[in-house]
Design a protein around this ligand. Sequence first.
Ligand SMILES: [Zn+2]
Length: 66
Amino acid sequence: MRVRCILCEKIDTLNDESLFAKRLRNRPIHTYMCETCYARIERKTKERLATGKFRFYRSSKHETEW
Ligand SMILES: [Zn+2]
């Protein structure tokens, strides 16, 4: 089956027998993300988490030394 990435609109071909293709077919909305975009999103999420932790660390450092 052919799928289009929702972010960069790149067309990928999935193996129809793959678990991912089966899962995607069961869902009417197309939420496919290519590997590149998926990796990018994942990295952004991690970066945001890291930033949050960093801020938390900075603000709490004023009060207590861990
Ligand atoms: Zn993409």
